[in-house]
Design a binder for this molecule. Structure first.
Ligand SMILES: [Fe+2]
Length: 271
């Protein structure tokens, strides 16, 4: 299936490591990375050497960079959002299971994260949970039940407080209470027809049209199910790594298990 890239699936078949210099990726290679994303949900590249200009050029081969509504990007490269935890801070941006910008009408398909400064290897991992796998392992009758359900995804959900430090510095002034969207909670990948559970615990507030108590009970069950250990892989960062994931397939959760160290990532989301 893969001719241009060397690919090694990760534990639990969640994600894959690709051994390639992405600056020299030709269109065939980019195409195979997209196929790998459809298949594994997230791919990782180590030992890259990307400056911001090369990073943005690479990213644009996957689609149009999306605007992140909550924060300003870098001055010279507005497509790049700085995701960081400063040495004196306790809260980590984006901690908790979620998928990105689900409160927008068309959430970005891909997110890319490039590591600039990281804590020692093994700290500040990002956990990824495959929602292909989590959907697949739902009981049959529940799969039926949720097939046509939709949920409310709010920018003011439980994860919103993890943005506060960054919003204070580089916020766009948008009130998170003003941003919400409704999406189907089961997605089908148009390329390989695989189904995934599309729910973001950091954003989802209720199932549309369902009794409040029943909605709460169902969401609690699904949120717990989504991140069971057998669906999860934790990526260990070091500087100069790139992760690309499909927001339609993966949940992610950066582990906040360090202090006193500056962790800096450059993020680009792709529409
Ligand atoms: Fe995120």
């Amino acid at each position: 299936m893969f001719k241009s890239i060397k690919i090694q699936p990760c534990k639990n078949n969640v994600g894959a490591i690709i051994d390639t210099d992405i600056q020299s990726a030709d269109p065939e290679c980019i195409n195979e990375i997209k196929i790998a994303l459809d298949e594994f949900g997230v791919v990782f590249f180590r030992k890259q050497n990307l400056d911001s200009s090369a990073y943005v050029s690479f990213a644009k081969q996957f689609g149009t960079p999306a605007d992140y509504p909550m924060l300003e990007g870098l001055n010279k490269f507005p497509e790049i959002t700085v995701v960081e935890k400063k040495p004196e801070e306790q809260i980590m941006f984006g901690e908790g299971w979620h998928t990105d910008s689900t409160y927008t009408p068309e959430p970005p398909q891909y997110t890319m994260l490039y590591s600039i400064k990281t804590p020692p290897k093994g700290k500040g991992n990002t956990l990824f949970a495959s929602q292909y796998e989590s959907y697949q392992k739902l009981p049959g009758e529940l799969k039926e039940k949720i097939q046509s359900l939709k949920a409310v995804f709010s920018a003011d959900g439980p994860i919103s407080k993890t943005r506060n430090n960054r919003v204070a510095e580089k916020g766009t002034g948008i009130d998170p209470k003003s941003m919400s969207a409704i999406h189907s909670i089961v997605k089908t990948n148009a390329n390989n027809k695989k189904k995934s559970l599309y729910l973001s615990p950091g954003h989802v507030t209720e199932i549309v049209g369902m009794d409040k108590e029943e909605s709460k009970k169902l969401l609690k069950y699904l949120f717990e199910h989504q991140s069971k250990p057998e669906f999860v892989y934790g990526f260990e960062w070091e500087p100069n790594c790139l992760a690309i994931w499909s927001n339609h397939v993966m949940l992610h959760n950066p582990v906040n298990d360090f202090t006193g160290i500056h962790r800096v990532m450059h993020r680009i989301t792709i529409q």
